[in-house]
Design a protein around this ligand. Structure first.
Ligand SMILES: C[C@@](CO)(OP(=O)(O)O)[C@H](O)COP(=O)(O)OP(=O)(O)OC[C@H]1O[C@@H](n2ccc(N)nc2=O)[C@H](O)[C@@H]1O
Ligand SMILES: Nc1ncnc2c1ncn2[C@@H]1O[C@H](COP(=O)(O)OP(=O)(O)O)[C@@H](O)[C@H]1O
Length: 304
């Protein structure tokens, strides 16, 4: 922890894409057992904490009208959870500058929670182990521990148990942001429904994909990207098929729905290719807007 903490304090936290998302059966607690490979991307939210007399939230940027500014906001819940556990005063002003699409399957809320946890722990000078922060993170959401850690990692359990994975070099992505979001629980429910009605194929082991990530070769990685939630996201938003097709026609190596969607993530051979694919996608009218990003990047980090 920093010895003299400058205020306001800003923490940056990344978006994620699931390179592999294998969804198992529903557990008694309502969560699905996952085997997933996360990669943190260079699209981020900035969360700024300023000591104040009350806990308030102010949100700017991408998708603000869909982000709650009441105590249900994940960043506020993170500050309150940490304050309760360590006997601190949660009152502060939280400013969130959103760059991650809201309800887009890129863990924007989780990024804000992770940033708020690291920020509050730093502001209060808490002398705690990473494991303890992980425990609070997991209590806030399945993806929050990964947002803290970043890079590339294998996630199991409900996604909260992480093992770092080796990644060589930089992978280049084009992201097609959708006009309407998708609710994560609704997408998991839709997958359960599809599985009751038939048996959509399930992702196998991520071993080959992990080897491809370690090799740094996007051509090797491309055919291995897989997402069990994709069929459910496409069932709820059939127009995403057109988006995925357009990305491939524009020259992407592969395209998948990111997590529970509806953002579509296209793996490209180079940074230049990613820009070209983005330009074509933007012109094709198959999405609200596009972004280019690269990964892996670190998890939540205090901005100097
Ligand atoms: C699908 C994934 C893939 O990484 O991310 P997103 O695409 O939403 O970003 C995650 O599993 C989302 O994680 P997160 O958004 O943190 O979910 P949580 O708040 O823990 O759970 C929200 C709801 O999603 C469902 N859920 C979540 C995780 C899981 N392993 N099984 C589930 O069934 C449950 O219905 C749960 O009530
Ligand atoms: N800080 C936050 N940023 C974004 N959404 C938030 C936040 N806090 C709570 N939410 C709620 O969480 C829902 C899921 O948002 P988000 O985390 O962006 O998507 P996803 O789960 O698809 O990655 C939103 O619809 C919003 O109502």
């Amino acid at each position: 922890m920093l010895s003299v903490v400058p205020t306001p304090l800003t923490v940056r936290a990344p978006a994620k894409v699931n390179l592999h998302l294998g969804v198992g059966d529903v557990r008694p607690d309502g969560f699905h057992e996952l085997v997933t490979v996360f990669q943190a991307l260079s699209l981020h939210d900035d969360v700024t904490l300023t000591p104040a007399d009350a806990l308030t939230l102010h949100v700017t940027g991408e998708g603000v009208r869909d982000v709650p500014t009441d105590p249900t906001n994940l960043a506020a819940r993170a500050v309150v959870a940490l304050a309760e556990r360590y006997g601190r005063d949660p009152n502060m002003r939280i400013d969130i500058a959103k760059g991650i699409p809201v309800a887009g399957g890129m863990a924007g809320g989780s990024a804000d929670a992770a940033a708020a946890l690291l920020g509050a722990a730093t502001l209060w000078g808490l002398d705690i182990e990473r494991d303890e922060l992980d425990e609070v993170a997991a209590s806030l959401g399945s993806d929050v521990p990964f947002s803290l850690h970043g890079h590339t990692a294998l996630g199991t359990g409900r996604g909260e148990r992480l093992i770092p994975a080796l990644a060589r070099g930089e992978f280049h992505w084009t992201l097609a942001l959708a006009r309407e979001g998708l609710s994560t629980p609704a997408v998991y429910r839709e997958l359960d429904r599809l599985r009751e009605a038939g048996d959509p194929p399930r992702a196998g082991s991520p071993d080959d994909l992990l080897a491809a990530v370690a090799s740094g070769d996007p051509h090797r990685l491309a055919p291995l990207l897989v997402n069990d939630l994709q069929a459910a996201a496409l069932s709820l938003q059939p127009g995403l098929r057109r988006t995925l097709r357009a990305g491939m026609e524009a020259g992407a190596l592969a395209g998948i729905v990111s997590g529970s969607g509806p953002t579509c993530a296209f793996l490209c051979a180079s940074a230049d290719d990613a820009v070209d694919v983005g330009t074509e996608l933007a012109g094709a009218g198959v999405c609200r807007t596009v972004r280019v990003a690269s990964g892996p990047v670190p998890g939540a980090t205090v901005v100097p």
